[in-house]
Write a protein of this length. Sequence first.
Length: 159
Amino acid sequence: MPFQKTVNAHQAPAVAGDFASVNPHASLLAGEGVLVAGENGVTVGTFAWADENGIVTNTKPSSGRVGFVHREQQASITQHLAEHGNTILAGSAMTLMSGGDFWAHFADGAEIGQKVFASDSDGSLKASDSDSESGYTLTAFKVASKASVGELAKITSWE
């Protein structure tokens, strides 16, 4: 482990992909071991799509079901000498969440009540008041806490 470089004034509330509450949550309906990370792996704390064969990827396929990638300690550090990692290795069994409350990263920030969109190219999240965003897929989630640019916010699929 490298030498500490920073000291934060406040403890981080969570890591992207963590549960944000103890409320009920739901996984995407699939059989045991059916959902498997695709050849490029899958990033935790983002959205991903499962195709008809159960292969999961952060890139939207021509057809498939979208779900949130919850953090279950299934990710690996894949970069040589990296300090952290959030990638589920290719071929690993995984779960996609269709409902619940989670922490997620918003590069552009987010406001309570905004709709959550998943990037079609990498599954990253975007919050918006509109009903559609070019290059993004509307999810069943809404923003449940405010986030400044680059911060975490809670998302929920329950109203």
